[in-house]
Design a protein around this ligand. Structure first.
Ligand code: AMP
Ligand code: MG
Length: 403
């Protein structure tokens, strides 16, 4: 089963929607960034808890300054954090109270005039711009009511989520356990970093790029080493990999005589959901399941491994980590230099995004095919080329996947 890119992605998304994340952990808020929230964060009181002034200026009755200039009597001043006993009990017609951003608005006042539109002389202030009732005051509970859910389970705890948790006093938060992802490289030509490669051998880079991607996607990588192109060795390591939450294999899924991943997985009674996608790099990508464990067979070419992880393995790993599903989102940028390709496959080619502020431009990174890791390391995105396009002219808008 070789599917279009979109169909293959949808298959992964469908299965991802069914998986359950693992157990929970209670972690210090300061250590929770990048984790997935497992229990809702709720408001412990109304927000704001008092009628909060949003500007430095004067708390007034708006009706008093409907026509300006208007001169009012200043009866006091309220600082942020002011003690309730230091707050004037009531602002009456013709009166104003000096007020600072973040301070409680006194009774009687229904608007705050910005200090920029005032003129103070002794105990009298002249207001030079009219305000309407409610201006520059955040009413009690306007942001949230006590017990409202502010953060839903399944969100990624980023800096703004941490601000919310901190503001309601959560020193600790419940997060999902990180899924353990087994990473198995395959191939007789692949050697570990500690070994000196022979003349026809290459070092294992895929286990390291995948481990980094796994970590970035909220998982914990478990390196299972390198399986030789030998069915019994591969069988042994796959069995070990199926003990983890998700198994990623790299290499051994093409059409070569020693590409043994699919036949060995078949011995485990694997269900195969697809055995290829119409993409480049990464066409031979495999997705399936052994009992309740999902696995991906990612093509061994290093750039294929990276791209197919991003396109297919990441959403499954996200689901195992407890993340609510998110659609794959593309940026758009103007193509800087013409691209010519062959039709038939959707391409995700390493690109360099440049330009400043709102004018993004993109061009292909100079690369020499799916094995060229150095040029991929210089790239900062993948340019998406639809399967029906032979030529894309400079200046056209193209879809871009951030790296
Ligand atoms: P395969 O998918 O096994 O046919 O491998 C495709 C290409 O990727 C071959 O040139 C392999 O040598 C290379 N390759 C496979 N696995 C790795 C790995 N773990 N690290 C670096 N390159 C690899
Ligand atoms: Mg191989």
């Amino acid at each position: 089963m070789v599917l279009s890119f979109e169909d293959a992605r949808h298959v992964v998304e469908r299965y991802a929607a069914e998986v359950q994340p693992g157990g929970l952990e209670f972690v210090a808020l300061g250590e929770s960034v990048g984790r997935v929230l497992a229990k809702a964060v709720t408001a412990d009181r109304d927000y704001p808890p008092f009628r909060r002034a949003m500007r430095d200026g004067y708390a007034v009755q708006a009706a008093d300054v409907a026509t300006v200039p208007a001169t009012l009597e200043v009866i006091g001043e309220i600082k942020a954090g002011a003690d309730p006993k230091d707050i004037p009990s009531k602002v009456k017609p013709g009166q104003a109270v000096g007020i600072m951003t973040g301070a409680p608005t006194p009774d009687g006042a229904d608007a705050v005039v910005m200090v920029e539109y005032s003129w103070l002389e002794g105990k009298r202030v002249t207001i030079t711009r009219a305000v309407s009732s409610g201006d520059n005051i955040a009413p009690v509970g306007s942001e949230a009511h006590k017990r409202d859910v502010l953060l839903e389970p399944g969100i990624l705890l980023d800096y703004s989520a941490l601000a919310v948790a901190a503001s309601v006093g959560q020193e600790n938060v419940w997060v999902y356990r990180r899924p353990v992802v087994g990473i198995l490289s395959t191939g007789d030509e692949i050697v570990e970093l500690s070994a000196q490669p022979g003349p026809n051998q290459i070092r294992n880079s895929n286990s390291y790029s995948l481990a980094a991607q796994v970590q970035d996607a909220g998982g914990e990588a478990r390196l299972l080493g390198i399986a030789r192109d030998d069915a019994s060795h591969l069988r042994e390591l796959i069995a070990e990999g199926l003990e983890t939450d998700l198994l990623l294999l790299t290499g051994g899924v093409s059409m070569g005589k020693y590409d043994l991943v699919e036949p060995v997985l078949a011995e485990f009674d694997a269900e195969m959901f697809f055995t290829g996608a119409m993409i480049q790099p990464g066409r031979p990508v495999v997705f399936g399941r052994v009992q309740n464990k999902f696995f991906f067979g990612l093509p061994g070419n290093p750039v294929s491994t990276m791209v197919t992880f991003e396109l297919f393995a990441r959403p499954m790993l996200g689901a195992l980590a407890g993340l609510k599903p998110r659609p794959l989102a593309f940026l758009h940028a103007r193509l800087k230099t013409e691209i010519r390709t062959k039709t038939g496959l959707k391409r995700f080619l390493p690109g360099v995004l440049s330009g400043e502020f709102e004018t993004s431009e993109v061009e292909l990174a100079r690369w020499h095919g799916s094995g060229d890791v150095a040029s991929t390391a210089r790239a900062n995105c993948y340019i998406v080329i639809p399967p029906d396009r032979e030529r894309i002219a400079a200046g056209e808008w193209v879809a871009v996947l951030a790296k």
